[in-house]
Design a protein around this ligand. Sequence first.
Ligand code: FES
Length: 101
Amino acid sequence: MNRLPPAFDEVVLICNNTRPPGAPKHSCGDHGAWELRKWLKRELKKEGLWGEKVRVVLTSCLDFCPSEGVVCSFDRGRSLVKIDAQTDREIVLERIRELCG
Ligand code: FES
């Protein structure tokens, strides 16, 4: 194993898990996770935060699986939230700005 230099200060995880049609559990990936990450990346690039300051990464299930919305993890997993990927995206962006301080 070769250790690589740190590439970014913060990482935000967005659950993009999907399940087969008819699965009994909710799938964040069917509720705008991919589009949210794409929008955040664009906005963070405009502000010069994307890259060394922060990365937003799509991930598999974070084991919360709410009945609606998308689960995001901030602050190295110490803060988890359920959001609406459309109506709450500005709130997520503001939270990331705070993390980047
Ligand atoms: S499907 Fe998103 S937390 Fe499980």
